[in-house]
Ligand binder design. Structure first.
Ligand SMILES: [Zn+2]
Length: 231
């Protein structure tokens, strides 16, 4: 990781990560303001986002949404699992962010619609929907995290070029489902929307002031808590 100190600035910005650069399997370049406080560093999401990229293979250009969506989805969850954020905060942020990933009029699917919203949040929405579906099908015994671990265990890191189908095959095998491959077949070339208000209701995430309340009796409360559980 190459850190550029920037004078008269606060915070962390301009992060980029590549695979197989300069003799390193992964290489992250990031700027950090010289005026950055300890609290600002603790609140930073960008370094986690960049490092999340290292644990997934490099995909062809049209699948950029999967690389960015995955990092967008994994980053807050990883920070909850590491004890840096509480779950309520990230469900509130997902409630705010996920609608930006829904297809707009004229959308032709994630492999063919390369807007900012569909790349970052559309990819994150795919990951959330896949995580929930895997957990529903496996009675909450497996989740997207199991797929991701299996992909890394099979050598799928950012310095390796993989077809997206291979990543999803390995990921599905780890959960004993076909969720990723079947979702990809639909989401890649058609505009699939998710009924987010219904999903939040099922997951027991409801708005309350600036934040959210989590209902432990909601039908998918255990799925919701499984996503952020540390294991
Ligand atoms: Zn990124």
């Amino acid at each position: 990781m190459l850190v550029f100190p920037v004078s008269d600035k606060h915070g962390v910005f301009r992060g980029t990560t590549w695979g197989d650069r300069g003799g390193f399997p992964s290489f992250t370049r990031i700027s950090v303001g010289e005026e950055t406080t300890a609290k600002e560093l603790a609140d930073d999401w960008m370094i986690t986002h960049e490092l999340a990229h290292t644990g997934f293979p490099n995909l062809a250009e049209e699948h950029h949404w999967m690389e960015e969506g995955l990092a967008t989805y994994v980053e807050p969850i990883a920070r909850v699992q590491a004890g840096q954020l509480n779950a309520k905060t990230i469900w509130r942020d997902m409630m705010d962010g996920m609608p930006k990933g829904e297809p707009a009029a004229g959308d032709e699917g994630l492999d063919r619609t390369h807007t900012w919203g569909r790349t970052y949040w559309g990819g994150a929405l795919f990951c959330l929907a896949a995580d929930v579906e895997i957990r529903k099908e496996t009675k909450n015994k497996k989740g997207l995290q199991d797929s991701l671990r299996a992909i890394v265990a099979a050598g799928g890191t950012i310095d390796q070029d993989w077809p997206i189908e291979r990543a999803f095959e390995v990921g599905d095998k780890a959960t004993g489902t076909k969720v990723l491959s079947e979702m990809y077949a639909k989401w890649s070339t058609s505009a699939v929307s998710v009924d987010l208000p219904a999903l939040w209701k099922e997951m027991g995430v409801t708005r309350s002031g600036d934040g959210v309340e989590l209902d432990s009796k909601a039908p998918l409360a255990k799925v919701r808590d499984g996503i952020t559980a540390n294991r």
